[in-house]
Design a binder for this molecule. Structure first.
Ligand code: NAD
Length: 482
């Protein structure tokens, strides 16, 4: 086979993808013209159908990575539910054209901003919260009047199949299409001239997406990841801090983009915090390694590749001299990694260099706030940061002297749940924001519109030949008064 030849099944796949795209593109203005009332009706149907599939969603998530139905309710269905209901409540306001004033330069005109759909949108989702990170952006794209291709992650195949069923039940194929597949399929999709690409995943793939988008100058929203630090000051309520850190670090087996990635704790309270963290892990998941390995409340790593990657980070840290404070047990056959705490991890360990994205939490100490700021700022900007402290000045200084996508004081991950807060990263952790009106606006073309009066458009005064008295006066005025 020559280098340029494509295998037959890939040819038919790429033709299908092209046909799906053309079909959506041909329908974009019909969908874009739909009324607020029609879009709300669609969102309600979408919502009701998703709830009807709740049992199938639970089964799919258990089959994909043994995620407990309670976590599915809190972090998958609950999030999509809130996003859709919030959009239904606010859509009329979001879509109402905004009148703007009339500056002197625009005398005699009337102007407004209209909120138009961008057109044909591509949503590429990761596997770690397959429903939430696929269906919530679809809801916002639909609310904005777009037509959509959703490509769920191939790493959560059961969830992907259920989403396809839900979408096909609610939307015609020329409005929302689900295209399942892995990297080749994503690559074929990225070659098409979408108007907007909403990507959630790793910074590495985010760069590939942005490069592909540049070919067509498609706008992008990149919801990426990174290392999200937790800072624990000596004034923190250690009991609460430990509960929140342990819960979110082990939820979804640590496979959360905004999970605590490492802890920076004041040296005076390190031992006390470690004790509390151990206590909380035992309380949440069981007093013995056997209990923790069998509790239905604790998920698994999603694939063998992800299991090996996290296990390798753990093994590397231990080989370099890290001290195992808690956990450390693993089971490759089950893709199980126990909630694990590491202390005294040398700087050279790989765990300090890449996003852990698993239930292994390294801890390091600080004496002065300046050390915290320097440590956080030396690397890429985090997606999230968490500060546990009773001192407002400490918290405010960290706010002022660091940058991240989001930040929470005395809590972990809670910022994700507020629909009136923008959710997203900063540079390496993301570009653009999701959730509520911020996410909706990513799918909107804000079109500036001006109506000129038809009797005496003021622009007549500026036209050539230049040099007349009135024109000279006006030009002087342009510089001084307008
Ligand atoms: P990933 O980047 O490997 O995959 C995400 C999607 O991109 C999948 O649909 C996959 O099929 C596709 N993809 C993979 N390789 C590709 C390529 N070469 N070209 C085109 N498409 C490709 O991410 P993941 O492993 O599914 O998820 C984990 C990452 O996502 C972590 O970094 C995590 O922090 C991040 N994440 C971010 C958020 C957020 O909201 N900011 C949420 C969840 C996960």
């Amino acid at each position: 086979m020559s280098e340029l030849a494509i295998e037959p099944d890939k040819i038919s796949q790429s033709h299908d993808i092209q046909a799906i795209f053309e079909n959506l593109k041909a329908n974009q203005f019909n969908v874009g013209r739909t009324t607020v009332r029609a879009r709300i009706a669609k969102l309600k149907r979408f919502h009701a159908t998703m709830l009807r599939f709740q049992e199938e969603i639970n089964e799919a998530m258990w089959a994909d990575f043994r995620k407990s139905p309670t976590e599915v309710a809190i972090s998958e269905i609950g999030v999509v539910n809130t996003e859709i209901r919030h959009a239904i409540r606010n859509l009329r306001t979001w879509l109402t054209p905004k009148r703007v004033g009339m500056p002197l330069m625009m005398i005699g005109t009337r102007s407004e901003i209209r909120y138009e759909p961008k057109g044909v949108c591509l949503i590429i989702a990761p596997w770690n919260f397959p429903f939430c990170l696929s269906l919530a952006p679809v809801a916002l794209a639909i609310a904005a009047g777009n037509v959509v291709v959703l490509k769920p992650s191939e790493m959560a195949p059961h969830s992907s199949a259920v989403m396809k069923k839900i979408i096909e039940e609610v939307f015609p194929a020329n409005e929302v299409a689900v295209v399942e597949g892995a990297v080749e399929v994503a690559t074929q999709l990225l070659a098409l001239p979408f108007n907007h690409i909403f990507f959630t995943g790793s910074p590495q793939v985010g760069k590939i997406v942005m490069r592909a988008a540049a070919e067509h100058l498609a706008s992008v929203t990149l919801e990426l990841g990174g290392k999200s630090p937790v800072i624990v000051d000596e004034t923190a309520n250690l009991n609460l801090a430990a509960a929140q850190i342990s819960w979110i670090n082990a939820m979804n087996a640590g496979q959360i983009c905004i999970a605590p990635d490492y802890v920076l704790v004041h040296e005076n309270v390190k031992e006390a915090l470690l004790l509390k963290l151990k206590e909380k892990s035992e309380k949440f998941y069981g007093n013995t390694p056997e209990a923790r390995a069998t509790t239905p409340d604790y998920a698994r790593l999603s694939t063998d590749r992800h299991f090996s990657r996290v296990k390798d980070l753990l093994d590397d840290a231990l080989a370099q001299g890290a001290q195992l404070v808690f956990g450390g047990n693993t089971n490759a056959a089950e893709r199980y990694i126990e909630p694990t705490l590491l202390d005294h991890v040398p700087d050279e360990a790989k765990i300090w260099k890449e996003e852990v994205f698993g239930p292994v939490l390294p801890i390091r100490t600080f004496k002065q706030i300046e050390e915290v700021i320097e440590y956080v700022n030396k690397d890429e900007r985090p997606l999230a940061m968490y500060i546990f402290s009773a001192r407002k000045r400490f918290i405010e200084q960290i706010f002022a002297e660091t940058r991240s996508g989001g930040i929470a004081a005395n809590e972990c991950a809670i910022q994700f749940y507020h629909n009136d807060l923008p959710f997203g990263g900063s540079n390496n952790s993301g570009i653009g924001k999701g959730h509520g009106e911020f996410g909706f606006m990513e799918f909107i073309n804000q079109r500036g519109i001006t109506f000129q009066n038809r009797i005496f458009p003021h622009t007549l005064l500026f036209m050539p030949p230049y040099g007349g008295k009135l024109a000279r006066l006006l030009l002087k005025g342009v510089a001084r008064w307008f």
